[in-house]
Design a protein around this ligand. Sequence first.
Ligand SMILES: NC(=O)c1ccc[n+]([C@@H]2O[C@H](COP(=O)([O-])OP(=O)(O)OC[C@H]3O[C@@H](n4cnc5c(N)ncnc54)[C@H](O)[C@@H]3O)[C@@H](O)[C@H]2O)c1
Ligand SMILES: N[C@@H](CCC(=O)N[C@@H](CSCO)C(=O)NCC(=O)O)C(=O)O
Ligand SMILES: [Zn+2]
Ligand SMILES: [Zn+2]
Length: 379
Amino acid sequence: MSTEGQVITCKAAVAWEPNKPLVIEDVQVAPPQAGEVRIKILFTALCHTDAYTWSGKDPEGLFPCILGHEAAGIVESVGEGVTEVQPGDHVIPCYQAECRECKFCKSGKTNLCGKVRGATGAGVMMNDRKSRFSINGKPIYHFMGTSTFSQYTVVHDVSVAKIDPQAPLDKVCLLGCGVPTGLGAVWNTAKVEPGSIVAVFGLGTVGLAVAEGAKAAGASRVIGIDIDPKKFDRAKNFGVTEFVNPKDHDKPIQQVLVDLTDGGVDYSFECIGNVSVMRAALECCHKGWGTSVIVGVAASGQEISTRPFQLVTGRVWKGTAFGGFKSRSQVPWLVDKYMKKEIKVDEYVTHNMTLGEINEAFRYMHGGDCLRCVLKMQD
Ligand SMILES: NC(=O)c1ccc[n+]([C@@H]2O[C@H](COP(=O)([O-])OP(=O)(O)OC[C@H]3O[C@@H](n4cnc5c(N)ncnc54)[C@H](O)[C@@H]3O)[C@@H](O)[C@H]2O)c1
Ligand SMILES: N[C@@H](CCC(=O)N[C@@H](CSCO)C(=O)NCC(=O)O)C(=O)O
Ligand SMILES: [Zn+2]
Ligand SMILES: [Zn+2]
């Protein structure tokens, strides 16, 4: 029986308050309005940014909300005026939209899109500035324009990437955030050249994807830095050639790296979200040209600092969102690259669980062994 035009009641993990366990609730999901798409979510992974907002440290965090932004599913129905997807299409919801019409999209200089960002930051849909989620009439906020910890979600049409229907959704859900972020930080933001020396701070999913991207770009050395020595063995499979544990050294880590590389690295990437490490990542760069890319998300109130002399003498400080990839155009391309075995995805999935086990899944995520935990969303 078609559910088009009907309110759907389904299971979702609701964050009622910061840091309190998520609660599996029966949630009402309203039909999509003009320019909106309702998606049946089949698989979602957890990302550290979900935990960050859940912690209450995200200035854009609103409660109660439905978190989740790294997922894949099938279009259930579309609202008026939606032309690029239809029911049955396999899709990845994208927290970074791409409308192709706004000042940002037309600039050719960024993957950021301005069309729906105001609404997604306020936890509502652009059309009527209201939520499509409710529990017995009480609205529940959206999150990052995706809210994938729900069996059904409603997103803006500019936030939907249509993908190859042959692609396994329990794997390519990862292409909604962490893996593209790392690859794109190297390929789009830094534009690493063959022969470069690269330093990667933090060897979680994002840092490993940076290493993979750097290897593919022809880097001559990929130095992985992590305080957890368990990370090193696995990282070799992703392209890391040398390891440095800051705990093994008395000198500041930037000095250790400068000494190891005859004056500093060509490119560094901070994939942790720690502002002191961001400084070290900049300061381990080579004088005259070294570029450091901030990928990690630091909490509200945190600030970066360095001596301006570091920049005067030619180092460059940059940041990246979703690795600079244009979501609707390039996520399908990434899926195709995965299908052709040109990029890894399966290797990042260390745990598989169900929606009902989501609190336990977050505990695993914070443990050192987990890269990505994928939740099966449907019974
Ligand atoms: N910019 C973006 O678009 C974007 C997208 C996705 C994720 N992120 C952010 O990227 C960051 C990394 O995500 P992840 O999933 O890989 O996280 P993760 O927690 O799996 O990995 C972080 C790694 O850093 C290591 N670490 C912690 N403190 C350290 C220190 N002081 N020195 C060296 N290593 C240290 C940890 O041991 C861990 O291996 C998070 O902040 C996440 O929110 C940003
Ligand atoms: N609301 C947060 C923003 C955190 C942030 O920087 N998010 C990244 C994506 S992290 C994905 O795991 C991002 O792409 N930001 C660009 C954007 O949000 O438009 C805060 O204010 O700290
Ligand atoms: Zn993420
Ligand atoms: Zn746009």
